[in-house]
Write a protein that binds this ligand. Structure first.
Ligand code: 13P
Ligand code: SF4
Length: 344
């Protein structure tokens, strides 16, 4: 092991020694050295979502964060190459914002059940059914869906984006749970229409949703929370707004991945239950050794889980998988993403 790998190994051991076996830290430190060399050679930036597994999360990204944060970072980079340690819709968003740069997604099939739940034609059909009603698309959608939308949002700014439109009725796609949680927070009424040719009456309806769900967050239940509270009455429960409205209502706090991380850092509660993707719980635990994070880890996001140190190294080495967005779609999608970034 050379001295650079030794330094990285020591850093990883200090932070992650209690959760990752030593031989893995050794091996990953050597890969991290290779990645850092390739990153310099290619004038690249590595961006990592909060759901990356702990060794990757704490070793190679130049920036870490939630979707909103990472869109902002992607928008402001001056590097030639962006390696996105996240899923395809995130890498596409980086490309939409940086058409002249090379954007690489280390795992070709790293998708998202929400992004898969809706097509551009579905959005066009909704617009035909509700002419003139503005469309808000969650950033967890593909570029062609964003291109049909007036504005994007993330879990961190969904309420602010909906309120910024000052519209009587808003189409909010594609996450039915996030839509219901936004409706609850803003006091708006919501419907989930079928795409019948007959227009629904919009009397008293202020949010029109879609039937997408996150395959990870839909698994958490109110019963899970009840069982943990029974054992740990003073636990503070945090949930991502992609969880069902019942789970969010039964939690003490709900927010984006960044917001939940910040909440745990700032709270003095004796125990925390964080209802989101498992690796993020590990990452919070590693950064806050003094806090007690109870784990309910039955689910990892299978898409985020496809990103590894090995395929990040190979993405830089072999220039793969290059993300492309057709220019005609990109310019329209850019407007929706840019409007969101400007709102903050
Ligand atoms: P955040 O924007 O809160 O990071 O969430 C992204 C995501 O995909 C959650 O499942
Ligand atoms: Fe998509 Fe859910 Fe995975 Fe987030 S956790 S990337 S919403 S499947």
């Amino acid at each position: 092991m050379n001295s650079e790998a030794q330094v990285l190994y020591e850093e990883m051991k200090t932070r992650l020694g209690k959760m990752v076996p030593d031989f893995e830290l050794y091996y990953k430190a050597e890969i991290a050295v290779e990645i850092n060399r390739l990153k310099k050679e290619r004038n690249a930036v590595i961006i990592g979502h909060n759901y990356m597994e702990p060794v990757l999360f704490y070793s190679i990204p130049d920036f870490r964060g939630d979707s909103l944060d990472l869109s902002r970072k992607a928008a402001s980079t001056d590097k030639d190459v962006i390696v996105f340690c996240g899923v395809k819709f995130m890498a596409e968003t980086a490309k939409i914002l940086n058409p002249s740069k090379t954007v690489l997604l280390p795992a070709e099939k790293a998708g998202c059940s929400l992004a898969e739940s809706i097509t551009a034609e579905d959005v066009r059909a909704l617009k035909r059914k509700y002419p003139g009603v503005p469309v808000v698309s969650y950033v967890n959608t593909y570029a062609d869906v964003k291109a049909e939308s007036d504005i994007c949002c993330t879990s961190g700014n969904a309420v602010a984006v909906v309120e910024s439109l000052k519209a009587e009725t808003v189409i909010f796609l594609p996450d039915q749970y996030l839509a219901s949680n936004v409706a609850r927070e803003t006091g708006k009424h919501i419907i989930f229409p079928s795409l019948t040719p007959q227009p629904d009456t919009l009397l008293d309806v202020q949010l029109i949703g879609w039937h997408g769900k996150c395959e990870v967050h839909e698994k958490f239940t109110v019963e899970d929370i009840r069982a943990v509270r029974e054992q740990f009455p003073d636990v503070v429960v945090l949930s991502h707004p992609e969880c069902s409205p019942e789970v969010v209502a039964a939690s003490d706090y709900s927010g984006s991945t960044n917001a939940m991380i910040k909440f745990v850092q700032q709270s003095t509660a004796p125990h925390f239950l964080v209802l989101t993707e498992c690796s993020m719980g590990d990452n919070i635990a590693a950064a806050n050794p003094d806090k007690d994070l109870l784990r309910l880890c039955m689910v990892r996001c299978p898409h985020m889980n496809m990103i590894t140190m090995e395929n990040v190294r190979d993405s830089l080495l072999y220039n793969r998988q290059i993300i492309e967005v057709p220019e005609e779609i990109r310019v329209r999608a850019f407007q929706a993403v840019d409007r969101m970034i400007k709102i903050g």
